[in-house]
Write a protein that binds this ligand. Structure first.
Ligand SMILES: *Cc1c(COP(=O)(O)O)cnc(C)c1O
Length: 370
């Protein structure tokens, strides 16, 4: 699905140098590269505060902790997402409420979202799934109307953007109260290990999240809040400092591969290629097809037999996970989510796909379907 080796071979010199600088300094924890990277990311996103942390799941947890919610408060998330988005809600003794997605965008459907808002709702966590922004204008309007906080799970869409009807464009993750991301190696901005970050324009929230990530304190051995220990390590920051300069090129390479796939599959009666919402730049963390009138699982096996990786993101939606049995969400009717779960398949998507590979992949997919 990804070619991390191919990508590394092109930046080996810079990365090796950056890593050796850290080794020579032995500042493995909170070295200067961590601050440097936070500043670069803040400039790239055009946001005032970036709080680095250990991974994207921690970023979501710390962001939610920063909002100071009470046990039992309701947090609305899509069910059609990676489990981390919803898991942290339950972990914090908040109540996850699963909302429906739009079958075209794979992101929260604002009309369905509105129906899930109750007196207990305190926050919404939209996910910019597969690299495309959720409809943020509608989500922010609902948040304003009902006084809700918004935490954008931007783990799959770093570098993407959203254009409001008035023409104003903002990077995904910088529109809500807080945004979070992951630097898991396969993400669009991937480290060589785990990493994550939280972003906000709000200085007070930034301060709170920074403290939470540091055992609830600013000054060593003085603790104001119950927090956790979540740091981006210096080696990862050094790698990310090299890669952030290349993020826009990486996105272009992903978009070029997506264009190739789109052209090859255009008009095929059994294939829905990814919808490109007019309000956003899709950064193609994943290239995900919806198959109709074809056996998705058989295609997955067929591709594997031809040495082509493919993935089902995600085979079980959150509301059907045993993890949430206590919330009885399994009986919830999320028809679009269930429908998508049975029909989506993601093809290889990364920065190193060449025409020969793309030709082989598309030809093999079409051979199965025709
Ligand atoms: C990857 C991912 C996360 C979690 O990131 P980790 O760094 O693996 O903890 C959270 N949400 C979404 C949507 C993701 O894709």
């Amino acid at each position: 699905m990804v070619d991390l080796k191919g990508q590394y071979s092109k930046i080996k010199k810079e990365v090796d140098l950056a890593i050796h600088e850290v080794l020579d300094s032995t500042a493995f924890i909170n070295g200067k590269q961590v601050t440097e990277f936070s500043e670069r990311l803040a400039a790239y996103l055009d946001i005032n505060h970036v709080i680095p942390c250990a991974n994207g799941t921690d970023a979501l947890q710390i962001a939610l902790m920063g909002l100071g919610l009470e046990p039992g408060d309701e947090v609305i998330t899509p069910s059609f997402t990676f489990i981390a988005t919803t898991e942290v809600v339950a972990l914090l003794r908040l109540k996850p409420v699963f909302a429906e997605v739009d079958a075209r965008t794979f992101c929260l459907d604002p009309t369905q979202l509105k129906k899930q808002i109750t007196k207990k709702t305190k926050a919404i966590v939209p996910v910019h799934l597969y690299g495309q922004s959720a409809p943020m204008k509608e989500i922010m309007d609902l948040a304003k109307e009902y006084g809700l906080k918004v935490v954008e799970d931007n783990a799959q869409a770093i570098g993407g953007d959203y254009t409001f009807p008035d023409g104003k464009t903002q990077k995904t993750g910088t529109i809500g109260t807080l945004g979070t991301t992951s630097f898991f190696p396969s993400k669009n901005l991937g480290a060589y290990g785990d990493g994550g970050a939280i972003f906000t324009q709000d200085p007070l929230l930034a301060d709170t999240c920074k403290m939470i990530a540091n055992h609830g304190g600013k000054k060593r051995y003085y603790h104001e809040l119950v927090g956790c220990n979540s740091r981006l390590d210096t080696l990862q920051a050094a790698v990310l400092n090299v890669k952030i300069a290349l993020l826009d090129d990486y996105i272009d390479q992903r978009r070029t591969a997506a264009d190739y796939y789109d052209r090859a599959f255009a008009g095929h009666p059994k294939i829905n290629t990814p919808f490109r919402a007019p309000y956003t730049k899709h950064v193609f963390h994943q290239y995900t097809l919806i198959l109709e009138g074809a056996d998705r699982n058989k295609l997955h096996e067929w591709l594997a037999s031809k040495n082509i990786p493919s993935m089902i993101y995600y085979p079980v939606p959150a509301h059907r996970q045993n993890m949430f049995a206590a919330f009885q969400s399994g009986s919830q009717q999320l028809e679009v989510t269930d429908w998508l779960t049975e029909r989506v398949i993601s093809l290889p998507m990364h920065t190193e796909l060449d025409e020969e590979q793309l030709n082989y992949i598309t030809k093999t997919v079409l051979e199965f379907l025709n």
